[in-house]
Design a protein around this ligand. Structure first.
Ligand code: GLN
Ligand code: ZN
Length: 746
């Protein structure tokens, strides 16, 4: 058996299938239309396809156990026996226990779902309690290894490493899961032995948590963990993969352990290269150089990458080339995108194409026989938009008048009661709406017919809100299935793909648009919808836009200019849209920024610069309106942490925010930094199908009134209602309006 790592690899691969076959199979299983055996057959076929394609591409090392029915962190929890008792007690099959943890069942809510580092992928947060008994359960990686072996393909099983696993976990009763590291490492030792007994030569343990700021104790613990795993007598060779940034002090710590290979992200963390030079003796180690961007869809400049690989080769015992992170974060195959503009297409690489890049580069590094293509010429001139560039030259206007003055002008114009009630924007996306969109796609419904259906929906939503008695209405966003996609379709500089699906969580996939050129607005994007809705009521209807940071966060963004510049281009388009809405008689405009925190850089040292341009772009988008036009923003999380002062700096007149699960603590946080404008803490957790009772909403409001003066307090749900059904929405909104009236009266 070869002990070489191999000259090329990828850290992981999309598992959902080029046409989302896994999504469809898993959802069919949930719906009860196929059984577990049928689901497993589809899964096995998808796994085999991936291995075969990586093998045929002649990758030096092929990963396995990168398949997952839902999430790789959940898989790791199962592999170490960290199944919370409340799920084990359900008495379900293994597969159904797994799905119960992922999705919850009537009796038990699911594990918490949260963002995977700075990506748009969500993982399930492992729950570790003092009662958790870690036990090695390597059945899945073993089974997949054997499955690939049966196809004649030797693979490298991939698991989340023990330190990252615990750093991502939460203590069931507030205890620190990381304190269990030594204990968990012994379980990993057992897994390693089992893998070695099955003939596994290399294992990949992912430790991305170490590209964020870590304490010296956490770095010591990493060193201790891998020193111990290195000492396991009968084990595969260990490859510790890191990605999404720079390892910093964790790099020399890892180098000082017996692990045979270390993976570094040289795309998101170019500084890793310098750090490597002084990191300690590397003679016996393989450095797996992440040179092909696994987080974006642009082709690699292979000649530049080769130069970096050569530098790494000069430092390390040997070098292998890899993707910078798992290819999970990019779509599967560019070959399916036959409608893309050829000039754009030739600049792109999806997962399948990135595998070829990695292989070519690996060959070039190891024996110099590969011929590397020349880098692409500069972007076509038609992708430039001189007018936008001209507008962005020189200082930008990012400030509104004093808040006191604005508040007065808005109150005079809107005449809202105390504790005004509103919603976050979307109303339920019903089966009829989805059918109408499908009918347009397959040609059975024309544009006029579609418009008519959407208008009927807007009419229905407005009537319903009037009847329930909300104060600031919305049009309900029936015309948007995905808000970023919606704006991307209407802006120049954006391209949409047909099959560019990326897993967001579980069976959920998104199709992020590609921002390839200068962004400009062809014409008004939302005005017709908003003014139609406004024409149906005398109450104010909120205009509804998605903010520049969120549009960037949920797109694949060009890398040939700073993100800040692209954000400002988007902001200018939104600024014009705000003005047009205002001119059409819209008095309240909401600019959503649910992604403001998710793109926060992982290292504190980089956060200030990010927040500066992020806040700047929002203010550029929203500061072109009159004092009397009320600007709202909406953020989808309650733990502000580092971003709380940035939220204040957005200078929105009203900020609506998730709060029902955090019991209104966010209000104290806001008060502590002196936030003095309108705030709408969500009083209804729309992520749950539960209808909050009248009493619950009253109680939440009373707590809120204790923390914020009533004249600044808004009453609204946590987030948009598009995933809910009308029955719950109606009942909940009625409770909300009645509760507001009751608290107002007292
Ligand atoms: N206005 C959007 C909606 O209601 C906000 C979506 C979000 O917060 N993610 O759907
Ligand atoms: Zn939200």
């Amino acid at each position: 058996m070869s002990t070489e790592f191999g000259r090329s690899t990828v850290l992981g691969y999309p598992r959902i299938g080029a046409k989302r076959e896994l999504k469809k199979a898993v959802e069919a299983y949930w719906a009860g239309t196929i059984d577990a055996a049928a689901l497993e057959r589809t899964a096995a076929r998808l796994r085999a396809e991936v291995w075969r394609s990586l093998h045929h591409a002649r990758l030096g090392s092929v990963p396995s156990n990168t398949f997952s029915y839902y999430d790789q962190v959940l898989d790791t929890a199962v592999a170490v026996g960290a199944i919370p008792a409340r799920f084990a007690a359900l008495g379900l099959t293994e597969l159904d226990t797994y799905f119960a943890m992922a999705r919850g069942v009537d009796a038990e809510p699911a594990l918490e779902l949260t963002k995977w580092f700075d990506t748009n992928y969500h993982y399930l947060v492992p729950e570790i309690s003092p009662e958790t008994v870690f036990t090695a359960n390597p059945e899945k990686p073993l089974r997949e290894y054997a499955e690939a072996s049966a196809l004649g393909i030797t693979t490298r099983p991939v698991l989340v490493g023990p330190a990252t696993f615990l750093l991502l976990a939460k203590g069931a009763k507030g205890e620190d899961p990381f304190a269990r590291l030594d204990d968990l490492v012994e379980t990993y030792a057992g897994i390693l032995t089992a893998l070695a007994e099955a003939g596994v030569a290399w294992v990949q343990l992912d430790e991305p948590a170490y590209v964020a700021d870590r304490t010296p104790e956490e770095i010591d613990a990493l060193h201790r963990a891998y020193t111990r795993l290195g000492e396991v007598e009968h084990r595969p060779r260990i490859f510790v993969a890191t990605y999404f940034g720079e390892l910093g002090d964790a790099l020399p710590a890892l180098v000082d352990t017996p692990v045979e290979a270390i993976g570094l992200d040289l795309v998101a963390g170019p500084g890793n290269l310098d750090r490597l030079a002084g990191a300690g003796p590397l003679a016996g180690k393989t450095i797996v150089a992440g040179l092909v961007d696994g987080h974006n869809i642009w082709r690699t400049d292979l000649r530049a990458a080769l130069a970096v690989a050569a530098t790494v080769a000069g430092l390390a015992g040997s070098v292998a080339v890899s993707s910078s992170c798992s290819l999970l974060h990019v779509p599967v195959d560019l070959a399916l995108e036959i409608d893309l503009d050829p000039e754009l297409r030739e600049r792109l690489a999806f997962a399948r194409q990135k595998v070829d890049e990695v292989e070519l580069l690996g060959r070039a590094v190891s024996d110099g026989t590969a011929h590397l293509p020349a880098p692409l010429p500069a972007a076509p001139a038609s992708w430039r938009h001189e007018l936008v560039r001209e507008r962005l030259r020189g200082p930008q206007h990012r400030a509104r008048g004093a808040y006191a003055e604005r508040a007065r002008a808005q109150q005079e114009r809107l005449g809202l009661p105390e504790l005004p009630t509103t919603t976050i924007g979307s109303f339920p996306q019903t089966a009829e709406l989805r059918q109408a969109r499908a009918a347009v796609r397959n040609g059975t419904l024309d544009g006029a017919g579609y418009l008519e259906r959407m208008r009927a929906e807007v009419q229905h939503v407005i009537r319903l809100q009037e009847e329930i008695g909300l104060d600031v209405l919305v049009h309900g966003e029936p015309e948007r299935n995905d808000m970023v996609q919606y704006f991307g379709e209407q802006l120049d500089g954006f391209a949409a793909t047909e099959f560019g699906w990326v897993q967001s969580y579980g069976s959920r996939c998104v199709r992020p648009p590609i921002i390839y050129g200068d962004v400009s607005r062809r014409g008004a994007m939302t005005v017709e919808w908003s003014s139609f809705a406004q024409s149906l009521t005398s109450k104010p209807v909120k205009g509804m836009l998605t903010g520049p940071v969120t549009i960037l966060a949920w797109s694949f963004v060009r890398t040939d200019q700073p993100l800040a510049d692209t954000a400002d281009q988007v902001a200018l388009a939104l600024r014009d849209e705000c003005r047009d809405l205002e001119a059409a008689g819209i008095t309240v405009i909401q600019v959503d920024e649910p992604a403001l925190r998710e793109t926060l850089p992982l290292r504190r040292a980089d956060q200030k610069a990010y927040l500066e341009w992020a806040v700047g772009a929002f203010r550029l988008a929203t500061s072109g309106v009159a004092d009397s036009t009320q600007i709202h923003t909406h953020l989808c999380y309650s733990e502000f942490g580092e971003v709380i002062t940035a939220i204040d700096a957005l200078d929105a007149d009203v900020t609506s925010i998730e709060a029902s699960r955090s019991k209104m603590e966010v209000l104290d946080d806001l008060a502590a930094i002196g936030y003095g404008r309108g705030v709408g803490p969500g009083v209804w957790d729309i992520h749950s199908p539960r209808v909050p009772s009248h009493g619950e909403v009253v109680a939440a409001l009373r707590r809120a009134v204790g923390a914020v003066p009533a004249r600044r307090l808004w009453v609204n749900p946590d987030c948009g209602l598009k995933t809910r059904g009308y029955a719950e929405v109606e009942a909940s909104l009625r409770h909300l309006v009645a509760a507001a009236a009751e608290v107002r009266a007292s």
